[in-house]
Design a protein around this ligand. Sequence first.
Ligand SMILES: *Cc1c(COP(=O)(O)O)cnc(C)c1O
Length: 366
Amino acid sequence: MTHPFLDLAPLSAARFASIEDRVARLLSTEQNVLIMQGEALLPLEGAIRAAAGPGTTALNVITGPYGQTFGNWLRDCGAKVIDLAVPFHTAVSAEQIRQALAEHPEIDFVSLVHAEAATGNTNPVAEIGPVVREHGALFYLDAVASVGAEPVLVDAWGVDLCVIGAQKAMGGPAGVSAVSVSERAWARMAANPGAPRRSYLSLLDWKERWIDGGRKALPHAPAQLEMLALEACLDRIEADGLDAVMARHARAAAATRAGAVALGAGLEPYVYEAAEAAPVATTLRAPAGVDAAELVAHALASDPALPLAAGGGALAKEMIRVNHYGPDATPGTVRASLTALGTALTEKGLPTDIQPALRAADEAWR
Ligand SMILES: *Cc1c(COP(=O)(O)O)cnc(C)c1O
């Protein structure tokens, strides 16, 4: 008897290339798209190490923990790094980027996270892209937490290196990811003597061995299960329509936000402005005197399948995350998450109004 995911026919180069082409369509780009066979950290790190070096001056925008990681990689590559950090409860503005570029005309690389699932904010890339393009810097964007939840328009926004992963709003697997690469980015990498070569991190190796050869032969065995899962995930997005998938995420965010406020008990959106809140996940500030991690553990005890988490690291005490993405971007999951949080708060001695919260959520969903 054949096993459904062990006894697989080989995955052809043509099929691998067709999956890349579908990811390119998802990102509205004519650029090369490389699928990288690892979690999104692989292309995120590979793209920075390829494009940045001792001659680089990078503007590194920090709106959450990933921005901090990118700054560390950039410094490790020998780049001069100018950090632009904004409080995690807001977004960066195009004007802040414009000012930073004007103060440091030598900046030739800008790294930005589009949406941060970890902090629940999203940055206005449509406004920032033209500012970066006008300055002439290479534009690196982490769109892992935005793709599928809100528009990601690589060519229209002038993004040179855009990294995605399937595990958030695309509702797919972790373990396979992709990066789009502009002609300018390829040129920058080719001129960088420190860019990884003969390495699993190397984008240039893939260009040489895969793209330049017309995508006829894969450089090494594809991660077959992950590729098939990514393909199935694209099938599902294309069947539902990307716009419908994004609308579900926007509704889930609006409903969670409205419902959490209506619960009372002092629960507040962590990101003050709704326009700066990411559609992929909603972060909430625990009421004064309530430990967020304890509250989440309590809520999960009633239903461990809910997409609730406490903030990471230093945010664990104050931040509650409702990860309403992928298959969890539904009214049912939003309602169940609000009910579990409301019940846990009531049991902690902070009475909540669950029915009005659910009504507010339903209304916001519509
Ligand atoms: C989720 C996410 C990633 C991928 O990291 P994991 O923690 O492995 O899921 C990368 N960047 C951003 C902005 C993310 O939200």
